[in-house]
Design a protein around this ligand. Structure first.
Ligand code: FE
Length: 174
């Protein structure tokens, strides 16, 4: 009986090890060249654009590091309404829950709040003759989009984000 319990314990350990490996998204093929990518690390990243340029796909680099904007109604997530989490495509930082996403007519994925206050950072943006508030990733300071005061309750805010710098992970199905 004692031996049986030992085998059971060992099998449990192997099972849970297997599960945790299956859930490790840091080693996804698309991030294999990105040593900074982590779904769990909270350490602030200070990486130069020269370095990011070697790591990131061109469309992600242009928006995240050069503050570009994708064309409205072209991004991969503006119509997505699946339950899950949106992460920074540059560093893996968790940014928005799907529960905070709303159907905006603006053509970009829109959220009424970030996951946590520190998930994102803000900077005044006075370019293009407008006074806007830029939204940056709280971990890697990549440009994500802008936030406006015309969103729905409860916050009345609209985080207008670029799909290219987001990475959606659907909730696990049971
Ligand atoms: Fe980031």
């Amino acid at each position: 009986m004692h031996q049986f319990n030992s085998i059971l314990a060992l099998a449990s350990i192997l099972f849970f090890t297997e599960c945790s490996q299956a859930q490790n998204k840091d080693t996804m093929p698309e991030h294999k060249n990105n040593p900074y990518y982590s779904r769990t690390a909270k350490t602030h990243l200070a990486v130069t654009n020269d370095e990011w340029k070697k790591i990131l796909p061109k469309d992600v680099f242009n928006i995240a590091r050069l503050k570009g904007t994708e064309y409205a109604f072209t991004g991969k997530y503006y119509k997505t309404n699946t339950k899950g989490m949106y992460y920074c495509a540059v560093c893996g930082n968790a940014l928005f829950k799907s529960d905070a996403k709303f159907a905006s007519s603006c053509g970009w994925p829109s959220f009424f709040e970030s996951l946590e206050p520190g998930s994102v950072k803000y900077e005044a943006d006075n370019t293009h003759g407008m006074e806007r508030t830029e939204v940056l990733c709280g971990r890697c300071e990549s440009h994500l989009g802008h936030v406006f005061d015309d969103g729905p309750p409860p916050t009345n805010r609209r985080f207008c984000m670029n799909s290219a710098v987001l990475e959606f992970e659907p909730d696990a199905t049971k």
